[in-house]
Design a binder for this molecule. Structure first.
Ligand code: SD4
Length: 319
């Protein structure tokens, strides 16, 4: 399908748009840049917190952490942090990751009783020689770092879980029960990229299940010389294709963010026969500040915040 000619055309288009953009590439710190934040689904308050961090001179890394913390603390968001839907045993178990412009990264998975897994992930990155901590080890580390222990199961989530248990039928509704994981990408005024991703994972999953969000290269990937990507939707499908890494590598080859996300979706379609029954969405940002998204099914969207303007953009989709 991808003839050499169309590849060359795409590459040239990428080069032209990179050089025409007013955005700074990290290698050229003299040129002016404008802070930009994008996140999966509808997250204006989270993007606002992130953009304010950037406007105060913060790093993209600080911005994505501060941004996604807003959603982690929001009990109304049923797919992230406090108030997230529990696993089938009624336990809220969280996955999160963070990655900076140097390729440093940290993550936690199957973490319980801690409201801000993204900040624990950052501590893993900055305070340990490791990339990922899991389960009780991650929780003990968080407590030792001064995080408070909190029961994350809200009354509303508990009620829903009890209703689900009556039939215990595991067929998550596309765009509903696995919706709202926040993945956020940012460029700061130094022209550097960072990203974060945080979720309570699939509602009513098996105890111990870990999704794509804490797996570097699947739910999140950042390369300051190529771009950054995050994923949302059925994590198993994303893990099988190393989705975010694939999107970033395609952008490195000159594909636009949208084309790169579409190609990663096409990979899932061609390899995974069950794809009509689930949703996956990718969101990507290149070093020129271009944003793109693509999803398997209708219904995915992203929130973009550029300087003082915020808007919600529908993603293009495959099916
Ligand atoms: C997961 N990818 O754990 C996450 C769920 C998600 O929007 O993205 N929901 O599989």
């Amino acid at each position: 399908m991808n003839s050499r000619r169309s590849f060359v055309r795409r590459s040239l288009a990428g080069i032209v748009s990179l050089s025409a953009a007013p955005w700074l590439k990290a290698s050229n710190p003299q040129r002016p840049v404008y802070p930009l934040v994008v996140s999966t689904w509808q997250n204006k308050a989270a993007n606002q917190a992130a953009i304010e961090t950037l406007q105060q001179g913060g790093r993209a890394l600080d911005a994505v952490e501060q941004g996604v913390r807003v959603v982690e603390a929001d009990p109304k968001d049923r797919s992230v942090g406090y108030g997230g839907r529990p696993d089938r045993d009624g336990k809220v178990t969280l996955d999160a990751s963070i990655m900076d412009e140097h390729g440093n990264c940290g993550s936690v998975c199957f973490l319980q009783n801690i409201m801000h897994p993204v900040s624990v992930a950052r501590k893993v990155m900055e305070e340990t020689p490791h990339v990922m901590l899991a389960g009780q080890g991650a929780e003990a580390f968080a407590l030792a770092q001064g995080f408070e222990s909190k029961d994350l199961l809200t009354k509303a989530s508990e009620r829903e879980w009890k209703a689900w248990k009556k039939n215990a039928n595991y067929e998550p509704t596309i765009n509903i029960e696995n919706h709202d994981t926040i993945g956020m990408l940012a460029i700061d005024t130094f022209g550097n990229l960072s990203g974060a991703c945080t979720t309570s994972g699939l509602a009513y999953k098996f105890s111990g299940r870990v999704g794509d969000s804490p797996i570097i290269g699947s739910g999140l990937y950042v390369d300051n010389e190529a771009g950054a990507a995050v994923a949302t939707g059925l994590g198993e499908a994303v893990v099988k294709t190393c989705g975010s890494f694939l999107v970033v590598e395609l952008m490195r080859q000159g594909w636009s963010p949208t084309a790169a996300c579409r190609e990663a979706i096409k990979r899932i379609v061609s390899k995974q026969p069950g794809h009509k029954k689930f949703q996956v969405g990718f969101l990507a940002l290149n070093t020129a500040g271009q944003v793109g998204a693509y999803s398997l099914q209708n219904g995915f969207m992203y929130t973009r915040h550029l300087q003082d303007k915020s808007d919600i953009q529908p993603s293009k989709y495959f099916l």
